[in-house]
Design a protein around this ligand. Structure first.
Ligand SMILES: [Zn+2]
Length: 142
């Protein structure tokens, strides 16, 4: 966020009209895992996370014009708009992919939930998407 903040400040200094927006990320497996580990329901965890992040960014003096939540209706509408524009112009294609399914959880699991041995360094607690030991990005065989 620091490079974006520096850039926003530079543009303001140059007399440009700037709207510097950021949001807490409430979508994604790392956040979902953190909520589960904290023993909180997702909404309670996301609200606490948002408040904590806002507090930190204010204390650091970041110059956001607005700091919101990516779960907001506005963000969903904007995301849908971008998706529809991409789809309308032929930039979206359907592909098949293999996913791991948990019978116990009755859901498909994101790569982050899968733990195993890294094929590159042998680390035995590597996550399905990246090995924390050797930092190699791991691709799922399709
Ligand atoms: Zn590794």
């Amino acid at each position: 966020m620091l490079p974006a903040d520096v850039y926003a400040r530079f543009l303001r200094q140059e007399g440009e009209t700037v709207l510097f927006i950021c949001a807490s990320d409430e979508h994604g497996t790392p956040t979902e895992i953190a909520a589960t580990e904290a023993g909180l329901d997702a909404e309670t965890f996301y609200q606490k996370l948002h408040e904590l992040q806002a507090e930190i960014y204010i204390s650091l003096g970041l110059s956001f014009d607005y700091f919101g939540r990516n779960s907001s209706v506005y963000n969903h509408e904007l995301t849908q708009y971008f998706y529809q524009q991409l789809d309308k112009n032929g930039f979206i294609e359907e592909r098949e992919m293999n996913l791991v399914y948990s019978v116990e959880d009755e859901r498909f699991l994101p790569d982050r939930y899968i733990v195993g041995t890294c094929p590159h360094c042998g680390y035995e607690s590597a996550r399905g998407d990246q090995c924390e030991n050797c930092t190699t990005l791991l691709a799922r065989p399709n």
